[in-house]
Ligand binder design. Structure first.
Ligand code: SAM
Length: 294
């Protein structure tokens, strides 16, 4: 969408002024690293696609850099969840300029069910606080396992190293539980690299924006809790062969692997997501019909 110079959002004072005026010193405990470059935040917002038709959920608007961009890119319904009172106050002029298009929610995003914030399609666009980014994502993925339409897209900023773990392919060092769970439910890619210097204050590490598109149905059939169990066991001892690593599951590992069609000498990082799902299904069977009863 083309910049709309008639939008009152574009006439607000620069973010630096808002930050200065509200004495918004960044708090490390809240993962506060702000993006002030509107060109950059608009590039991030555009990764969401057509913003005009969705409920946009933003966790942690801070002083509102990304929120401004989301509004300027055409969003009509933005729900921003922020727990820092100082940021909420700093955002008041943006709420007014947005003229009904922006609602601020005073809450801890970890304690909130984001799917209750507005009607579908729901798009999450966030520069996530580093300290809670992974638990937030895991919570959203669990909701997607129940209902693939609960979110239509997630555009999320993480530390680069976490972003790599989300999209990692089998055989790579970054491939682990997070990659399996994420890619079981979503197609994902790293869409933008953001250097530390782009933030105020700059964090110690580089960041990246990941775009996740939920699959209409998971890559293969299995129960989420059992997929979590088998990936935890397998990657818990990732250098060991699976016949050893899977012992912690409490069923016979050789039988589990045979039933899944996975070589007993394989290691966790060699398995595809479909193979982990096969392991989870076999685990479900073996734990329901313990040895001797099947
Ligand atoms: N979106 C802004 C930007 O891009 O400049 C700020 C991003 S900053 C990395 C993270 C924001 O999340 C901060 O404003 C912080 O106060 C907020 N935050 C941290 N933990 C939160 C939580 N549990 N629930 C809601 N907001 C949180």
């Amino acid at each position: 969408m083309i910049a709309n110079s008639a939008d009152p959002v574009s006439t607000l004072p620069p973010l630096r002024e808002i930050i200065r005026g509200h004495e918004l010193a960044a708090r490390k405990s809240l993962g506060q690293h702000f993006l002030l470059d509107l060109n950059l935040t608009r590039r991030i917002a555009r990764l969401g696609g057509d913003l005009s038709v969705a409920t946009i959920i933003e966790v942690g608007p801070g002083p509102g850099g990304l929120t401004r961009a989301i509004l300027l890119e055409g969003a009509q319904r933005v729900i921003a969840v922020e727990k820092d009172r100082r940021c909420q106050e700093a955002l008041q002029s943006l709420v007014e300029a947005a003229d009904g298009r922006l609602t601020l929610v005073d809450a801890d995003a970890l304690a909130l069910d984001s799917s209750t914030l507005g009607p579908p399609p729901r798009l999450i666009i966030s520069n996530l606080p580093y300290n809670v980014g992974t638990p937030l994502l895991t919570g959203w993925l669990k909701q997607l396992a129940e209902d693939p339409e609960v979110y239509s897209r997630l555009v999320l900023m993480f530390q680069r190293e976490v972003a790599e773990r989300l999209v990692a392919a089998p055989g790579s060092k970054a491939y682990g539980r997070l990659a399996v769970l994420t890619q079981w439910l979503c197609k994902g890619h790293i869409a933008l690299d953001i250097p530390a210097a782009a933030f105020t204050p700059p964090p110690k590490v580089a960041s990246a924006v990941v775009v996740l598109d939920p699959r209409p149905k998971p890559l293969a059939l299995c129960r989420l809790d059992l997929l979590e169990n088998v990936t935890a066991a397998a990657f818990g001892q990732r250098r060991k062969m699976l016949r050893q690593a899977l012992k912690t599951l409490g069923v016979a590992p050789i039988e589990l692997l045979e039933r899944s069609g996975v070589a007993e000498t394989a290691r966790a990082e060699e398995l595809s997501i479909e193979q982990f799902c096969a392991l989870a299904r076999a685990y479900e069977h073996l734990s329901s019909f313990p040895c001797g009863t099947r």
